[in-house]
Design a protein around this ligand. Structure first.
Ligand code: HEM
Length: 158
């Protein structure tokens, strides 16, 4: 429950005792198909590499946010460990993983902050930096960013 007193920041993802995890790196390729017509596409969660990969991504991403002077002031009083946990749960669930997000809904979590488009975009940029660093493939990147982009209306200007 550490608090970051200086301009330490972040955003998306949690350690779920119920979800477990190994030491896999985030996936860098899309799922190969068999050439048949009945091949079922794996969940984004699986294609990203599962819970351990998501934890790595969130940790790196939060590090980027903490270093991003455009937005890190927003997190001066944040409980970063809790936030990371929430982000991991959220991304795990949103991508089809076995987790259950236990945090506040996005409107409630961001009401009173009056966040701007620029701040939202800065945060997304920080995530893209992480996804590129982990060489997450374009398809998975687009899907994840699409899922998060869909939350923008609940987060900005509240
Ligand atoms: C897709 C974009 C975003 C997602 C998915 C997201 C997600 C979350 C989540 C899951 C929480 C924790 C809720 C809880 O504790 O129950 C949270 C809190 C918070 N978010 Fe966001 N967020 C986003 C954008 C932003 C942006 C752009 C900012 C500011 C630049 C921001 C600032 C904060 C702050 C300050 C908190 C409270 C942290 C604390 O008090 O411990 N978020 N967000």
């Amino acid at each position: 429950m550490r608090k970051f007193s200086t301009l330490i920041a972040v955003t998306l993802m949690v350690s779920l005792a119920a979800c477990g995890g190994s030491s896999k790196k985030p996936a860098t390729t899309t799922t190969p198909t068999t050439g048949g017509t009945s091949a079922k596409k794996k969940s984004l969660y699986d294609r990203l590499g599962g819970l351990d990969a998501i934890k790595q991504v969130i940790a790196d991403f939060v590090g980027n946010v903490a270093a991003d002077e455009r937005i890190n002031g927003r997190f001066a009083n944040a409980d970063i460990e809790h936030l990371k946990t929430m982000l991991v749960e959220q991304v795990c669930e949103a991508t089809g993983g076995p987790c259950k997000y236990s945090g506040k809904d996005m409107v409630t979590a961001h009401t009173g902050m009056n966040l701007t488009d620029d701040e939202f975009n800065a945060l997304v940029e920080d995530l893209v930096t992480t996804l590129d660093k982990f060489q997450v493939a374009q398809a998975e990147k687009d899907e994840l960013l699409g899922a998060l982009g869909g939350m923008k209306g609940d987060i900005v200007g509240k």
